[in-house]
Design a protein around this ligand. Structure first.
Ligand SMILES: [Zn+2]
Length: 280
């Protein structure tokens, strides 16, 4: 079974996110557990967290959290690294209260300090977070390969997974980022190749979530610019080929597509339905 949904807002209370997902008929959704723009974590009340968990579980909707963008688990600056650790732990605590099993984390940027130093910091940050908060897993998201960013190659993510040694660490595969990083997922062979890499370096069973986004710029651009499903450089045929691979035959798919006009989310959901119909 495949579940689809979008990144949704928690403004007005954390439980608004599953409430909205339910109203829109999503099978899954993603949310920021705390403001995406500040280091200060605002904790939801116990009542709000309970309400969140019950709306999601009663309706079989799977929630995923996404770490706020400020978090840089690879930062060479001591202060930023400490703040990032705290932000991750506190975000995971909110997940635990709201019965959200996974949080998506970007590996961040080594800011010129070098890949090795960056990887060492990431390992420290993740190990600390997993030790501090039980029952919440971390999904590492592949990145677009922009300057100094870590995790655009499955092998880099695999190296982290291998060294952290936890059953609570997995992969969030972002289609736009993979394409921007040079994985040509438009063709069947290209899809099969990246799935092979996931199997070799990370383990297919560790795939916890797919970020389903088209790309606004061509293959290998290194640019993290999401676009509407079927209207970007990956295109309808690209997504059709992707869904033909068994790894994407079931699971959770969250779109982080832009909203340029009201109704864009519904249009994107409809585009996915049509692509799936075309490969039946
Ligand atoms: Zn993403």
């Amino acid at each position: 079974m495949r579940r689809f949904g979008f990144h949704v807002s928690i403004s007005g209370g954390i439980y608004r996110a599953p409430e909205f997902a339910l109203a829109e008929g999503y099978g899954t959704f993603q949310f920021f557990p705390t403001s995406s723009r500040t280091w200060t974590v605002k904790r939801p009340s116990d009542d709000d967290s309970t309400k969140f968990a019950s709306i999601a579980s009663r309706n079989g909707i799977i929630p995923f959290a996404h770490i706020p963008y400020l978090c840089n688990p690879a930062s060479p600056e001591k202060e930023v690294l400490e703040k990032s650790k705290r932000l991750l732990v506190e975000s995971m605590e909110i997940c635990r209260e709201a019965k959200t099993e996974h949080i998506v984390v970007h590996l961040g940027s080594h800011k010129g300090a070098g890949l090795e130093k960056g990887m060492e910091n990431i390992r420290g940050t993740l190990t600390h977070a997993l030790d501090s908060v039980k029952h919440v897993g971390i999904l590492l998201e592949n990145t677009s390969g922009y300057r100094n960013s870590i995790g655009s190659k499955m092998s880099e993510i695999g190296a982290i997974v291998e060294s952290v040694k936890s059953s609570r660490i997995g992969l969030c595969f972002d289609t736009c980022h993979a394409f921007a990083a040079g994985y040509d997922i438009r063709s069947q062979e290209g899809v099969d190749r990246v799935v092979d890499e996931i199997g070799t370096y990370i383990g297919k069973e560790r795939l916890g979530l797919v970020h389903l986004n088209d790309a606004k710029y061509p293959l290998g651009s290194g640019l993290d610019r999401h676009w509407h499903i079927g209207k970007g450089y990956i295109g309808r045929d690209g997504f059709a080929n992707m869904f033909r691979n068994m790894l994407f035959g079931s699971g959770n798919f969250v779109m982080e597509t832009p909203v340029n006009e009201e109704g864009d989310d519904r249009t994107n959901m409809e585009a996915v339905a049509q692509i799936l119909k075309s490969i039946e």
